[in-house]
Design a protein around this ligand. Structure first.
Ligand SMILES: NC(=O)c1ccc[n+]([C@@H]2O[C@H](COP(=O)([O-])OP(=O)(O)OC[C@H]3O[C@@H](n4cnc5c(N)ncnc54)[C@H](O)[C@@H]3O)[C@@H](O)[C@H]2O)c1
Length: 417
């Protein structure tokens, strides 16, 4: 690892992504000596108590703990603490790390707050829901020499890295038409999603479609130019409404077209954790090329003689070894493997590069931030704000029954019908 000094980490948000990917990755970095103290802030106590009682985490990281805010021993389960994370972040020593794992529409305020309190940032995707907010974050972070990494973990799936090198070497020719799909499980409808992934805040294209839009850019380097998204409004178990099935069409600067199909409805009895993958058809002068990634079925078939009772558990399974798994690698506990871990490690490493190179010298920290922006491997506000433009365009389109929205770049990037 790169950091000379151990860094404290505050994770803001104690939901699914924190429990299954971020915290175990940060525990591993703590085990390896990169991370010092870990705190987690949630809106209320129940999700924190759930994480503390997670048996898999105990087995994987024996003896490792975090400080919960609020402390579930002290407060009632019903009490909410929406501003407590601000107290925790403002009491951190400068230039440590805040990881934002809040609902999509809360990223902007919380990232700004952490930057104003001199912290480096890892934010789950999407960074913000519009371009101006992402640009403001970019400016403030650069001014202060703070690194912001947006956690698009599919960038660290090795098959994407392979495709990027082949495409950029010219071996595929030019992308012309493609299709990507990511359908999350039906049982997500019963989770906290029904409280925030609702029509006024987000939709399945915004929540999950952005991964494949980002991936096409990661592979091809192309920028998206036009977006339209159709969504069908469905009712969650609690009566809230959400765009739970969406179809997006993204036209790229070279005229290529990507259809993105998203939903919250992969069968609970299905063998995978979700349904996902991408087809890209490309062309050269004399022949067509293609790239096909089945990102759900990765060649493993398991049929168990017993199963647990959690939603989505089934006897016949096609597990993916590639996103995030805790496995035995010798030594105490279990070791996280997969692109979910590599992505968190890469962003923490990047923060280490900025600190080790620059230290208290602002200009040198800025120089390293520019270098990492230029590498284009980690998504940053400076190199991936096309994602915010796509999300802004997508929201505008879905709220207007799928009208086409154009993205303008240049001096003043913006979107319009
Ligand atoms: N594939 C991916 O990259 C991926 C996957 C899952 C989630 N995510 C992103 O992660 C984010 C969170 O998703 P999730 O699945 O963990 O959601 P979740 O609904 O399970 O968790 C949200 C958490 O935010 C906390 N929270 C809400 N208001 C708060 C406040 N004021 N202060 C502190 N905590 C507060 C809640 O307590 C809850 O623990 C979303 O932006 C989502 O898009 C990304």
């Amino acid at each position: 690892m790169n950091t000379n000094t151990k860094m404290d980490v505050t994770i803001v948000g104690g939901g699914m992504i924190t429990e299954m990917q971020i915290l175990p990755s940060v525990y591993q970095l703590q085990r390896m000596g990169t991370v010092n103290d870990i705190s987690i802030c949630a809106l209320n106590a129940p999700p924190l108590e759930k994480i503390v009682k997670n048996e898999t985490l105990h087995r994987a990281f024996p003896g490792q703990t975090f400080k919960p805010y609020p402390d579930f021993h002290q407060v009632s389960a019903k009490e909410n603490f929406p501003d407590l994370y601000q107290e925790v972040v403002s009491s951190m020593k400068p230039r440590n790390i805040v990881m934002i794992a809040l609902p999509d529409q809360m990223h902007y305020n919380s990232v700004l707050y952490a930057l104003e309190h001199d912290q480096h940032i890892l934010s789950v995707k999407p960074l913000t829901l519009n371009y101006n907010q992402a640009h403001e974050i970019e400016r403030l972070a650069f001014e202060r020499g703070l690194f912001v990494g947006v956690e698009y973990h599919k960038r660290f799936d090795d098959r994407v890295g392979m495709a990027r090198m082949k495409y950029r070497a010219g071996d595929f020719g030019e992308f012309r038409v493609g299709m990507a799909t990511l359908i999350e499980p039906w049982y997500y409808r019963d989770s906290n999603f029904q409280n925030w992934c609702t029509t006024e805040n987000s939709d399945m294209f915004t929540y999950i479609g952005c991964h494949y839009v980002d991936q096409v850019h990661m592979i091809t380097g192309l920028l998206p130019a036009r977006v339209s998204v159709y969504g069908s409004v469905e009712t969650y178990p609690n009566g809230n409404k959400g765009y739970l099935w969406t179809t997006g069409r993204v036209i790229w600067e070279n005229g290529a077209c990507l259809t993105v199909i998203n939903g919250m409805g992969y069968p609970n009895v299905g063998p995978g954790g979700n349904s996902q993958g991408i087809w890209l058809f490309t062309q050269g002068e004399k022949d067509g090329g293609l790239l096909f990634h089945d990102d759900q079925y990765r060649g493993i078939k398991h049929s168990y003689i017993r199963k647990g009772n959690d939603p989505g558990e089934s006897f016949y399974n096609e597990p993916s070894p590639d996103y995030f798994k805790l496995i035995e690698r010798g030594g105490d506990g279990l070791t996280p493997v997969g692109y979910g871990y590599r992505s968190i490690e890469a962003i923490v490493n990047a923060i280490g590069r900025v600190e080790n190179y620059g230290g208290d010298d602002l200009e040198k920290r800025q120089e390293m931030i520019k270098t990492i922006d230029g590498e284009g491997i980690i998504a940053t506000p400076a190199n991936s704000s096309f994602n915010e433009l796509v999300i802004e365009a997508g929201r505008m389109s879905i709220l207007n029954d799928g009208r086409d929205v154009v993205i303008e770049y240049g001096e003043n990037p913006h979107v319009h019908f």
